[in-house]
Design a protein around this ligand. Structure first.
Ligand code: ADP
Length: 368
């Protein structure tokens, strides 16, 4: 992007200092800075008590804080008034004024120019930072779009691989001998893992690029949890783990996206199963009336997470080093966090290494 394009892309942001701050902060800053400047000018120039003399300083402040356009014109006008009022008579009749008056006026103008120069540098530094931020955002959007379309294109051939492997395993193309069967099963397992990963990347890219939509509807939490537990039971049965469910009190219906809540709980439960060998897994759902929402927690008695890894656990592709358990993609919790935020909720994890983990998320009653 050349300079002209950058200016076209950011016509206002480059010119206006503090543009991104809320108006209340901008106006308070303007008032505070002008007041300080007034005190300062009073200290520096005790002879000049006339409010007119104060005008150039106010003008400089206005243009420093709000920049360009109208404020710039106003600043120029106020400066001109002050100039005419003071400087012209002073130059025409220098004898009528003492030398110290002239020096003070010179100092005053110097001081004002200095503030002008500082504010201009501030503005241009801020403008450069804004351009860099806009470019980074643009690059991130391109990245998400690219990832999203590549992942999408990968899914079609992957589904074909999985589909044909299933047909081969079912004997549709003739009998399958012993070794062939185990090889086909391995193909299917790996293709399934790859598909899960591609779906995960696609989900993350969609959420990041803001194209993941939310299908809002009234959601009943207890039947949703029951459905999830039914679906996940084969996985927990394989490891001989029991899943308990505690619904604390009457849970109100919430306005949210049931499929996304299901995806969140499914991800948390499959992690809990993956990282637990002994003990049990518990799903706890409760009403958090004081916060206008509900909370769902998945607790396990598994390997737990070391404190130093906890802060990174929600990052995409992060996996705890030294975990001997079956490796995943490191995307599960990143997607869970993004989905919870998409549903305007909050998530937190609590874990004790060697004892187990609890991941709890909060969802508001209403989306609006
Ligand atoms: P993965 O696909 O590797 O499970 P996640 O994003 O779901 O990716 O999890 C990231 C890492 O966090 C995992 O590799 C694991 O080390 C750790 N982790 C997640 N959930 C648990 C849990 N319930 N118990 C112990 N460790 C966990």
């Amino acid at each position: 992007m050349d300079d002209a394009q950058k200016r076209r892309a950011n016509p206002i942001k480059i010119n206006v200092f503090m543009k991104n701050y809320p108006p209340a902060i901008r106006y308070s800053a303007a008032v505070a800075v002008s007041f300080l400047a007034f005190l300062f000018s009073d200290l520096l120039f005790p002879l000049f008590h006339s409010p007119v003399f104060f005008l150039p300083l106010v003008a400089v402040m206005i243009s420093a804080l709000f920049g360009g356009g109208g404020p710039g014109l106003l600043a120029t006008f106020l400066s001109a008034v002050s100039f005419v009022y003071y400087f012209v008579p002073l130059t025409l009749h220098p004898s009528a004024h003492s030398a110290s008056d002239l020096i003070r006026l010179g100092l005053f103008l110097l001081f004002s120019s200095l503030i002008c120069w500082v504010s201009a540098s501030f503005r241009s530094a801020y403008g450069r930072a804004e351009v860099a931020r806009a470019e980074a955002e643009e690059a991130n959007r391109y990245k998400s779009q690219l990832v999203s379309s590549v992942s999408h294109d990968l899914r079609t051939p992957l589904n074909a691989v999985i589909g044909y492997t299933q047909l081969l395993l079912a004997g549709t193309y003739g009998p399958v001998a012993g070794d062939q069967e185990s090889a086909l099963e391995r193909i299917q397992r790996n293709a399934d893992d790859l598909l899960k990963m591609v779906n995960g990347i696609l989900d993350l890219a969609k959420i990041e690029s803001g194209t993941m939509s939310v299908a809002l509807a009234p959601v009943e939490i207890p039947p949703l949890i029951e459905e999830i537990l039914m679906e996940i039971r084969p996985l927990s049965d394989q490891k001989g783990l029991a899943i308990q469910c505690h619904l604390l009190g009457a849970l109100p219906r919430i306005e949210s996206d049931a499929m996304k809540i299901k995806q969140i709980i499914m991800n948390l439960l499959s992690n809990a199963i993956k990282f637990t060998d002994r003990g049990e897994i518990t799903v706890i759902a409760r009403d958090r009336e004081e916060r206008n929402g509900i909370e769902i927690a998945v607790r396990d008695t598994g390997i737990g997470i070391r404190p130093e890894a906890l802060s990174k656990i929600f990052e995409a592709f992060y996996q705890v080093e030294g975990t001997e358990k079956p490796k995943g993609s490191g995307l599960g919790l990143a997607i869970v966090k993004d989905l919870v935020h998409l549903l305007r909720g909050k998530i937190e994890i609590d874990s004790e290494y060697g004892k187990g983990s609890t991941v709890a998320f909060f969802l508001p009653y209403s989306f609006s």
